[in-house]
Design a protein around this ligand. Structure first.
Ligand SMILES: [Ca+2]
Length: 130
């Protein structure tokens, strides 16, 4: 099975998502490839996501989206791999680029402190340019 929406290993992740987040499209990957945490910035607590990314891709756009109800989502941050493999991104929402994982990863946080919201949801949306 091929195509960006196919899921030949039936792990719930499309081929596009396997490509963007360093999965193996033919082997079901462990479920904990995204790490959720709370980070403190300037005395405020924020929800944060740590995720792997495909540093060699030149055709992917990653975007952090947040929601308070899992229904309406707003985009808060984008990053784009440039020709030389560096990211353009919104620095204030990028907490760190961990180097000790053995693969490229980013830690990104939401814009609103968790103390301001009853619920805070984050996701990373990926689109591919053709
Ligand atoms: Ca899959």
């Amino acid at each position: 099975m091929a195509g960006p929406d196919a899921d030949p290993d039936r792990d719930g992740r499309s081929n596009l998502s396997e490509y963007a987040f360093l999965g193996d499209p033919l082997v079901a990957d462990p479920e904990d490839w995204f790490e959720v945490s709370i980070v403190t910035v300037d005395g405020e607590d924020y929800a944060a996501l740590t995720f792997p990314y495909e540093a060699r891709a030149r055709d992917l756009n990653y975007r952090l989206e947040s929601s308070g109800d899992l229904e309406s989502w707003s985009g808060e941050w984008g990053l784009r791999l440039t020709e030389d493999g560096e990211f353009h991104h919104n620095r204030e929402l990028v907490v760190a680029k961990p180097r000790d994982r053995g693969y490229p990863a980013y830690v990104v946080r939401g814009k609103q402190p968790v103390s301001d919201a009853r619920h805070s949801f984050l996701r990373v949306a990926v689109t591919r340019e053709r």
